[in-house]
Design a protein around this ligand. Structure first.
Ligand code: ADP
Ligand code: MG
Length: 311
């Protein structure tokens, strides 16, 4: 778009100023939105005001006032990207107020929602999952979605409500459903942290001496809704089981903060995983203690059905 000042300057510099002014005025007055504005404000807008406001009116008609014809926010060529002009009256002159356009509003809402979901070591595609898209072609998936809906509807900060322990083979959509729940919660302003357990345990081992360990564990302890993806696939050490996972779960139980899990293992198989540490120690009691916390915090759901990875 040509800068408005240039267009107006061209007009004022020419001899045929009057004629060109008239043409410009006609162009402005032919614009549907300008006509509607004048009509709505007929009691205060007069010809003199229109003449004195021509600069603003010309600025107005040269910009998009609706997004329907806009391909994308990136391609918006309004004076202020993502803002559309609206005519107003200010001290006897017609003025322009800029408002966020529909596409800008939607983008900001999306960003705000995404900022409510923290993903650690999770593929970004998880953020695209939606409850509405979870395929209900299997009874177990139906059960998972019903339980997830119950959680979403009944979640209240400070009140303990059981999360889900979704277990079953690879590719049945456990992680997808987790992401969909996180998205649904974010639309309600509820903050979630989604963590891939194998990656997390690998990384945290390297940060034993690192100050950041405490702050990471602290964040996991306190986030309103915690989701631990693929528990049981991490390499198990007594330290990780008792001092990291055990401490986090203990804190969340006491503070009534819900936790979700996905796993290839059932409760029983997970207990077995926790019993045998990497070093070959057999620690049945300690395993049972972590399992008690997990079972206290969750409702188990066995997922079966098609493997989506091989569709
Ligand atoms: P799991 O965690 O049980 O191993 P995933 O959630 O990773 O399985 O799902 C496997 C693949 O199928 C992923 O690529 C995922 O995005 C896709 N997927 C799973 N459920 C759905 C669904 N309801 N709609 C669309 N894609 C899905
Ligand atoms: Mg998974």
């Amino acid at each position: 778009m040509e800068p408005i000042q240039h267009s107006l300057r061209k007009i004022t510099n020419k001899d045929d100023f009057k004629q060109r002014w008239q043409a410009l005025k006609e162009e402005v007055l032919e614009h549907k939105a300008v006509q509607a504005f004048i009509h709505e404000n007929a009691s205060s807008v007069d010809d003199d005001m229109i003449n004195r406001s021509m600069g603003k009116l010309y600025e107005f008609i040269n910009q998009h006032t609706e997004c329907r014809s806009c391909e994308s926010l990136q391609k918006c060529d309004n004076l202020l990207k993502g803002f559309k002009p609206k005519l107003t009256i200010d001290r006897n002159l017609i003025d322009i107020r800029y408002e966020r356009c529909e596409k800008k509003v939607a983008q900001e809402e999306r960003k705000q929602q995404e900022s409510l979901i923290q993903c650690w070591y999770m593929p970004k595609e998880v953020l695209r999952a939606s409850m509405g898209d979870v395929m209900l072609d299997d009874k177990s998936r139906m059960e998972a979605v019903t339980a997830a809906d119950y959680f979403i509807e009944n979640y209240k900060a400070g009140e303990l409500i059981k999360g889900l322990y979704m277990h079953g083979p690879f590719g049945v959509g456990k992680t997808y459903i987790l992401g969909a729940i996180a998205n649904e919660l974010s639309q309600r302003g509820i903050q979630t942290m989604l963590i891939n357990m194998p990656e997390f345990s690998r990384e945290i081992k390297g940060s034993i001496q690192d100050q950041s360990l405490n702050s990471k564990v602290d964040a996991i302890k306190k986030v309103p809704v915690l989701m631990l993806d693929d528990i049981g696939a991490e390499t198990m050490s007594s330290w990780f089981r008792d001092d990291i996972l055990g401490t986090i779960l203990q804190h969340r139980m006491m503070e009534h903060l819900p936790v979700f899990f996905t796993s290839n293992l059932s409760y029983k198989e997970l207990e077995h995983h926790f019993t045998y540490s990497q070093r070959g120690e057999v620690e049945g009691l300690k395993a049972a203690r972590v399992m008690e916390r997990i079972q206290f915090l969750t409702k188990p759901i066995k997922l079966a059905g098609k493997n989506y990875r091989h569709l």
